[in-house]
Design a protein around this ligand. Structure first.
Ligand code: SAM
Length: 288
């Protein structure tokens, strides 16, 4: 890059690359990838395709989750020596459910300048066209692969009152959606598959409507899932759920039954009367 800056440390650029369509890369990203001395890439063969498509011949070095520590040391030595380096993952924004965190942290610890070069990101693309509120959202990354862990994790999301977003592999998408439906209720969802690619599909509907379609053929491709926020979803609560929610609100937080019912109705999206009738039945307490 700049010859006069040879003695000064270089910069680490964290560069977003396409999530499918090779045109989804910014002019600035292309310039940086052309100008740096080295591109560290999650998979050099994969990145070479992108670089060839844009006529960029910068040398590549692999940096993935299994060699991130060792390679980070090598890369930081080059940056200290004056070379600027770009890091790219296979697709989208590095560090978002992708390697890169260790490299970025190590660079920051050495007071090396870390500059983001933003661009494609599957969760942002899905949210932008999904139709659910995205002023705030909860990104879960990949749900745990093991069923027990996944179900326990989903329990913790029951009352998150924003749109939920998660990544999932085609191998686990059906099992994951079945668990989601059982634990979080039959919510409205958006299934964003193969965004920006030839077979892009954005399906909208209840989980119970999308699951059978998905199960009819072997799921293929990359999936990003959006789920409707909790308070607007018709969460199906068991008697035990009700009892536990009311016990916590009345006994631990000292709320009156009326206030507890309002809170539960707000959290679940269920009609207040339905919650109130159920509460009376469960707790067998007179009208306040
Ligand atoms: N860093 C990437 C980003 O910025 O979105 C995410 C990398 S993560 C390893 C890969 C996961 O992202 C896929 O399994 C899928 O869940 C989601 N994903 C990536 N590309 C996608 C696409 N084109 N359409 C839908 N989801 C995608």
């Amino acid at each position: 890059m700049d010859k006069s800056a040879e003695k000064k440390p270089g910069t680490l650029y964290v560069v977003a690359t396409p999530i499918g369509n090779l045109e989804d890369i910014t002019l600035r990203a292309l310039r940086i990838l052309r100008e740096v001395g080295l591109i560290a890439a999650e998979d050099t063969r994969h990145t070479r395709i992108l670089l060839n498509a844009h006529g960029i011949g910068t040398p590549l070095l692999s940096l993935h989750e299994h060699n991130e520590k060792e390679r980070s040391t090598r890369i930081l030595a080059k940056i200290r020596d004056g070379m600027s380096v770009a890091y790219v993952s296979d697709a989208g924004t590095p560090c978002i459910s992708d390697p890169g965190h260790h490299l970025v942290r190590a660079a920051l610890d050495e007071r090396i300048a870390v500059v983001p070069v933003p661009g494609a990101c599957a969760l942002a693309a899905a949210l932008s066209a999904g139709g659910f509120p995205a002023d705030a959202f909860f990104f879960c990354g990949f749900l745990p692969a093991k069923e027990n862990k996944r179900r326990r994790y989903l329990e913790t999301l029951r009352h998150v009152e924003t749109t939920l977003v998660f990544y999932e592999s085609p191998v686990r998408i059906i099992a994951a959606l079945k668990d989601v439906c059982e634990i979080l209720g039959d919510r409205e969802m958006v299934m964003a598959r193969e965004l920006t690619k030839v077979f892009e599909e954005i399906a909208r509907g209840k989980i119970s409507e999308i699951l059978p379609v998905l199960s009819a053929t072997k799921p293929r491709g990359e999936f990003t899932v959006l789920l409707e926020q909790a308070q607007r979803a018709a969460v199906s609560l068991t008697e035990d759920d009700f009892r536990e929610m009311l016990r916590q609100l009345c006994d631990e937080q000292s709320l009156s039954l009326r206030d507890a019912v309002a809170r539960v109705a707000g959290q679940t999206g269920l009609p207040r009367k339905q919650v109130y009738d159920a509460a009376l039945k469960i707790r067998r307490i007179p009208n306040p």
